[in-house]
Design a protein around this ligand. Structure first.
Ligand code: CA
Length: 451
């Protein structure tokens, strides 16, 4: 019987493979380049606590973000006064220099000058919770509370590889990848932080095309703002990151986009809002007030007529510090992929914040957390014995999301009643059912886990 044929991932603290992800790769020190956002603009709604009885336990909290579209609801909640509307009048939305810095600031907490919660790639909160990516394997109990957005990511390729069939389906490009490897110059691609979304997207895409991400290419970690620079200097052949960075490659004529993640997995889960469990436990009302503010921002962001203002706010110097011209096409789902591929012009192919074709964006489905953890097991980033279900039941707090949504008066139709979104289907025909992750792992040809 193989180690994982028990159909159950029993978590064990003896993390062998997982030790490999305790990386210092793209870390800056704590507080590095943290730049507090400006105070909320005047004109927000009055500071009343809407729903939930008396006011929050505190009005002060520090939330970290990375300047990619996934952070949009956090920034909009601040700028449009939605946090203040629910009584959170002293929220700091703090830019982080890199994912490593975000993690380090979360570990020290606001009392140490860091942050209490943040935007996260998945399963980053789980890896922090389990001490897999923290210094000295320190475990910081975490909660996953809300999904900030679906889709809105892509894989960008350097222009020198145009005409080699490096598109969504890589099977026809396999000989070219083999040729690069044989020449001693393997295709080198970057993601933004190990073992989470961007590495998982590029690995999925490569493996679906028959290219082994551990044998046939070289994968490295590079923070999002450095991706464009590295592509220009030719030290990188491709990268996987959040909008607007991949599309900048097309706009600046440096390369093209091989695929949108929305093509790889339509309406796929992307990034989340999570908090230190100690902060949320000490401030349950404030936690729900934050969620209500973010939910209201998500609904506001998804109104197409508000996207122009979203772009104006994000482009600000204290936020993305990028021109509106750069932000507009990907925020509106307008992608000129390049390299002879048909252009995409559909807001539903870009980042979505409140609803998508599968239902709620904001709701943190346990089935999605299960996929991210299963994918970590697939690539040897978590031990196969990991008890995924127990871990998800501890870290995922969909119950808090539901309470906040009900208190905020969200219609019942927009509050999921199931903890799974159902069977998920990828572009290569593979399916994932959170009730049977082993069947998914068995169905994959390229993987590091022995199932
Ligand atoms: Ca992302």
């Amino acid at each position: 019987m193989s180690k994982v044929s028990r159909r159950r991932f029993l978590y064990t603290a003896s993390a062998t493979a997982a030790g490999a992800i305790a990386l210092k790769g793209c870390t800056a020190g704590p507080n590095a380049n943290q730049s507090p956002a400006a105070s909320p603009q005047a004109g927000g709604a009055p500071a009343v606590n809407v729903g939930g009885g008396e006011g929050p336990e505190t009005t002060t909290v520090r939330i970290g973000y990375i300047p990619i579209f996934e952070s949009t609801p956090l920034i909009i909640a601040q700028e449009k006064g939605f946090f203040a509307k629910y009584g959170m009048t002293d929220v700091s939305v703090v830019k982080q220099a890199a994912w490593g810095a975000l993690r380090d600031n979360l570990v020290i907490g606001s009392q140490g000058g860091g942050i209490d919660g943040a935007q996260f790639q998945m399963p980053m909160p789980y890896l922090i919770h389990e001490g897999k990516i923290t210094t000295a394997n320190q475990k910081i109990p975490m909660y996953v509370l809300l999904q900030t957005s679906t889709q809105g990511n892509g894989i960008a390729i350097a222009g020198k590889h145009a005409g080699k069939n490096i598109h969504l389906d890589l099977t026809r490009a396999k000989p070219y990848f083999d040729q690069l490897k044989a020449a001693g110059t393997p295709f080198t691609a970057a993601y933004t932080f190990p073992a989470v979304n961007q590495e998982l997207w590029i690995r999925y895409w490569l493996a679906a095309g028959g290219i082994d991400p551990d044998e046939d290419v070289k994968l490295i970690a590079v923070p999002p703002p450095q991706t464009v620079a590295n592509m220009k200097t030719g030290t990188m052949d491709g990268f996987s990151t959040g909008d607007p960075w991949p599309y900048r490659i097309v706009q600046e004529n440096i390369g093209f986009m091989a695929a949108l993640t929305a093509q790889m997995w339509p309406n796929h889960p992307e990034e989340y809002f999570g908090m230190r469990a100690d902060w949320a436990d000490q401030h349950p009302k404030a936690t729900k007030a934050l969620l209500k503010g973010i939910m209201e921002a998500q609904q506001w962001c998804d109104q197409p007529e508000n996207r122009t203002e979203v772009i104006q706010i994000l482009s600000g110097r204290q936020y993305f510090n990028l021109s509106e011209e750069i932000l507009t096409p990907p925020m509106k789902g307008e992608y000129n992929l390049g390299d002879g591929q048909p252009a995409i012009n559909d807001i539903k192919m870009g980042p979505l914040f409140w609803k998508d074709a599968k239902g709620s964006v904001s709701y943190p489905y346990k089935s999605h957390d299960t996929w991210f953890l299963t994918e970590n097991i697939r690539w040897g980033m978590l031990p196969p014995e990991t008890d995924v279900k127990a871990l998800v039941d501890t870290v995922n707090r969909e119950d808090i999301w539901k309470e906040a949504a009900k208190e905020a008066g969200i219609p019942d139709a927009d509050i999921p009643t199931e903890t799974t979104r159902g069977v998920e289907r990828f572009f290569d025909g593979i399916t994932f059912d959170a009730n049977d992750p082993m069947a998914y792992l068995r169905s994959l040809k390229i993987k590091k886990v022995n199932v």
